[in-house]
Design a protein around this ligand. Structure first.
Ligand code: ADP
Ligand code: ZN
Ligand code: ZN
Length: 796
């Protein structure tokens, strides 16, 4: 038998399938197995993606060396998915397989020096630890090693190191029948109090055995005592593996006896029907913030479980929605596994294996959890489906939504996409009838939506010297502080780039061709469009009203924090941004502290906009609503609308009525006006017209080709070559833009050029792009790399 193997090395080196002979003693190998194979002179980790009886290869195949795990880590489904995805998103298959596995299962190679001859083996040098050749720096030692190699006294071996580590613990269990302990107790000397205590425990608390070593120690039974008891045959001691459980502190809770409202009931019935009919059907659950989507998800999961199937639920970067994860765990207890980037490697490895072994039936996780090795899936949910974080920005550039669609088809199960502000793409698909639209139009707990007010910064007076807080927002904060209510303030980081804004008329300098804002490139003295390449000098006055009050936007949470402390001496602020939440667990600690009312104001970036539920928060302030509007992306308005709607939903979650104040230089902009009324439908219709007029998605599909090289001329030349090739072969209606230098045109000394293709129907495009990519890989000169991003979230 022959195994087809993809070797686990940096993807750019090879993505070919290699064939190996399966020796008799490794006949347990299966599709999805992790193996060690000879590769040139090395030994590498690889994954079996196929098994066959015959081969076209006419040389002699080498043997597989080792099968790493008892159970293949990848399911057949995942192996199949990796093949599909590699083609669909122009990624190396190995990089997809790597994404599917916890990091600790990826191989680590070390070049180790191994003694060959008996004399060499006796050298003191080899009596110590293994020597890693790459780490030898001492010149004397290097000389010595080189001589050993030259004399064939030693050789270099590639050691595949498996970092995956399970955690083990000792447990103790009774070895005798109950009555015997009673007797032993009577016979034991009265002075042997510890022994008697242990015997008594074995009688009275027998049900709580087996007990862990730490539990025994907590009871005062020392290791020596336990050892003696074991020797006497009273107890048995075993080493078992323990899972590191990231949600160990969450207790199970009985579901609240909520009666679903008619809209929730209808949505659940439709989803439930698809679960029991095993229909691979997508639903779009569109419900205003607080409309009770979560309750619908949880009950749908329950239905899938009762039908004997499992459920997969994705939430945006999970650490951002700890409250949601807790709810799922409270409802489904130990059957829930979580996967997200804030777990330690050990926790992630354990959760992953629990899923693979079929011990977890509900998986909740962030983007990459869409690859969870869960089998028999009966329901997939993507909460906040519009979130940009579902698309991976690096290779492999997959979108979790597309992967979920594929898996739903594979498992014949429904996919539920939920959001208060669905992505235009999903909403348009629902409009076309590809998805079934389910709507929840009212807040489930009857608390009214908060009152939203827009503050026009062009007219406003400012409270401090920084132009960050208007007097109106400042006095609203003051009021809350006086009433001991809490405040959330959000600073929009998106579009932080330098665009030009006129403080007098609100004008933002845009591209004449694209209606996208121009970005300042200070060094070049230019304002540039990252979409079409248009550029012009940096203006000194506002081109609209000739005012000299122009500003190149940018502000930071630290600056705002300082202004707040000046305005409100003694105010307690928790600041949350990438800088203050880098440490593991700090995000959760900060939120918990805010929940315990240890601070008056939670000040943060986008990361505070989602999913939080703090009953004492009655004011939400948005400091700069419009910065996100002028990023050079076609979806800038959509992102702004989504963000404002989300953050507004954080106010007035409980009995106290909430208020939202949005500061902006562009109060007339439709994304801001419609976020004020939380009118998604109106926004959808308006934005679709804009997209139609601008030939943007979802009317057009897009592909972004980025070309990088070590010097700019080569990058540009290769990009123009691709452009010519595209022009020759694509439909004349297809729009090809560029090449233009990318927003960050130089990164790590690589120069980047990009081409954007907008098309309606191009059946040959995928093949053509694969040709372009393959040809690019054959060019070994000037560090050329070609990246292709299907449906890019960003085009800058
Ligand atoms: P969403 O996920 O749509 O933003 P949530 O699921 O967080 O909304 O629900 C908001 C609140 O409404 C929660 O406190 C939830 O317990 C409550 N809720 C949900 N469904 C009902 C219902 N049928 N009756 C009463 N309260 C409900
Ligand atoms: Zn342009
Ligand atoms: Zn102006």
């Amino acid at each position: 038998m022959i195994a087809q193997v993809i070797v686990d090395i940096a993807a750019s080196q090879t993505d070919r399938v290699f064939e190996y002979h399966i020796p008799d003693d490794l006949s347990g190998v299966a599709i999805g197995s992790r193996v060690v194979v000879p590769f040139g002179k090395r030994k590498l980790q690889g994954f079996v993606v196929g098994i066959s009886k015959t081969t076209d290869y006419d040389g002699k195949l080498r043997d597989l060396l080792l099968v790493t795990d008892e159970q293949p880590p990848l399911t057949k489904e995942l192996v199949e998915l990796s093949a599909f995805l590699a083609k669909a998103i122009f990624a190396f298959r190995i990089s997809i397989l790597q994404t599917m596995l916890p990091r600790v299962m990826r191989a680590n190679y070390r070049k180790i020096l191994i003694p060959l001859t008996p004399e060499a083996k006796k050298l003191p040098y080899f009596q110590q630890t293994a020597h890693e050749v790459d780490k030898i720096t001492d010149p004397e030692e290097l000389k010595f090693v080189q001589k050993l190699l030259k004399d064939n006294q030693a050789k270099i071996e590639y050691l595949v190191e498996n970092q995956a580590k399970e955690k083990h613990e000792l447990i103790y269990l009774p070895a005798l029948a109950n009555g015997q302990y009673q007797e032993l107790y009577e016979q034991t000397r009265k002075t042997a109090t510890k022994q008697r205590a242990l015997l008594m425990d074995l009688v009275t608390a027998r049900n709580s055995y087996p007990k862990s070593g730490s539990a025994m120690h907590d009871q005062g039974f020392s290791s020596a005592l336990l050892k003696a008891a074991e020797e006497k045959g009273w107890i048995k001691c075993k080493e078992v593996e323990v899972y590191r459980d990231p949600l160990a502190d969450v207790a199970s809770k009985k579901p609240a006896e909520l009666k679903l409202n008619p809209e929730q009931a209808k949505a659940l019935a439709k989803i439930g029907q698809a679960i029991s009919d095993q229909q691979a059907h997508p639903f779009l659950l569109e419900g205003v913030t607080g409309s009770g989507k979560t309750e619908v998800y949880l009950r749908a999961i329950s239905q899938a479980l009762s039908a004997g199937r499992n459920a997969l639920m994705l939430v945006p970067e999970i650490s951002l929605t700890p409250q949601m994860v807790r709810q799922v765990r409270e409802r489904f207890g130990q059957e829930v596994a979580v996967l997200h980037s804030a777990l330690s490697d050990g926790e992630r490895y354990d959760e992953w294996r629990r899923i693979r072994r079929g011990e977890a039936r509900v998986v909740v996780g962030a983007r990459s959890a869409v690859f969870a090795p869960l089998e028999n899936i009966g329901l997939i949910i993507i909460d906040e489906e519009h979130e940009a974080s579902y698309k991976q920005e690096d290779n492999p550039r997959y979108h979790a939504r597309d992967v979920a669609l594929w898996r739903a088809k594979f498992h014949h199960c429904p996919l539920v996409l939920g959001s208060a502000t669905p992505s235009l793409a999903s909403r348009a698909r629902a409009q076309k009838g590809l998805y079934t639209l389910l709507r929840l139009t009212e807040r489930a707990n009857q608390h009214p939506l908060p009152e939203v007010k827009i503050i026009d910064l062009k007219q406003a007076a400012f409270a401090g010297g920084q132009y960050d807080l208007s007097t109106e927002l400042a006095s609203a904060i003051q009021e809350r502080l006086a009433r001991h209510e809490q405040v959330i303030l959000m600073l929009n980081r998106r579009g932080f780039a330098n665009f030009m804004l006129c403080r007098d008329c609100g004008f933002v300098l845009q591209c004449p061709n694209c209606d996208l804002s121009l970005t300042m490139h200070k060094a070049a003295g230019e304002m540039r469009c990252h979409y079409c390449g248009h550029h012009e000098p940096i203006p000194k006055r506002c081109p609209n009203c000739h005012s000299s009050q122009i500003r190149f936007m940018g502000t930071g949470t630290q600056k705002v924090e300082q202004e707040l402390t000046e305005l409100f001496p003694g105010v307690r602020i928790i600041r949350m941004d990438v800088d203050t939440t880098r440490r593991k667990g700090s995000y959760k600690r900060k939120l918990d502290a805010f929940g315990r009312k240890e601070a008056d104001i939670l000040l943060g970036t986008q990361m505070i906009a989602k999913g939080l539920d703090f009953p004492n928060v009655t004011l939400v302030g948005v400091i700069n609503a419009d910065t996100g509007l002028w990023v050079p992306d076609y979806n800038a308005s959509e992102r702004t609308f989504q963000l404002l709607t989300q953050v507004a939903g954080r106010a007035g979650r409980a009995e106290k009525k909430g208020q939202v104040l949005i500061q902006t230089y562009n109060p007339e902009h439709y994304a801001i006006r419609l976020a004020q009324t939380q009118d998604y439908e109106q926004f959808y219709r308006y934005e679709m017209r804009m997209r139609h007029a601008g030939d943007y998605p979802p009317y057009y599909y897009t592909v972004l080709i980025s070309v990088a090289a070590k010097n700019e001329t080569n990058a540009a030349r290769e990009a123009f070559k691709i452009r010519r090739q595209l022009n020759q072969q694509l439909h004349p209606e297809t729009i090809v833009l560029g090449p233009t230098p990318s927003a960050i045109s130089r990164l790590k000394n690589q120069y980047y050029y990009q081409i954007l293709v907008k098309y309606k129907k191009e059946p040959k495009l995928n093949d053509l792009l694969h040709q372009i990519q393959d040809a690019g890989q054959k060019v070994k000169k000037y560090g050329l790399t070609i990246n292709i991003d299907n449906e890019p979230e960003r085009i800058m």
